[in-house]
Design a protein around this ligand. Sequence first.
Ligand code: 5GP
Length: 183
Amino acid sequence: MDPCEMGRDLEKVLLTEEEISQRLTEMAAEIDADYAGREILLVGVLKGAAMVMADLSRKLAHDARMDWMAVSSYGSGTKSSGVVRIIKDLDTDLTGRDVLIVEDIVDSGLTLSWLAANLRSRGPASVEIAALLRKPCEAKVQVNVKYCGFDIPGEFVVGYGLDYGERYRTLPFVGTLAPHVYA
Ligand code: 5GP
């Protein structure tokens, strides 16, 4: 996509590349301290968490393992349906492992609460959640996000892995879209 065209589609930048990087550095330091002496298995949720996973994992002092899941919880449009389907499962046996789910955003919380319960049923030593973004005003279920980057308003955001119709994922920042994009 033409970068100029992408720029015209944006309404405002919510979080700059620098703000995201700085917050991920802080989160990585917290995670390193909490998991001292333990091996972490990072579970990234495709596709949205790809950027968070790449940047957060490289800020960790830990030599963490990495695996990926793909789930679908959106029927269509911009709201979670609550019905979660596994599209790609993990390659790793979770028995006895310290699992850290890495997510892009917690909106209603329906996807993550389902995912955390699903992973907990596989016999891990622990399951915690790291999410770059959370929309507290949209929460439908309580999810314990141990490492949260930013609480944001209940607006639909794109960039830094987050898409709208598979576009805008490659933006290095998080922003909102201009109304004409939805029209
Ligand atoms: P939840 O089940 O918490 O409502 O939604 C979780 C998933 O919905 C996220 O992993 C993400 O894929 C998608 N999602 C929720 N809010 C947004 C948003 O503001 N922008 C984008 N692009 N995706 C979102």
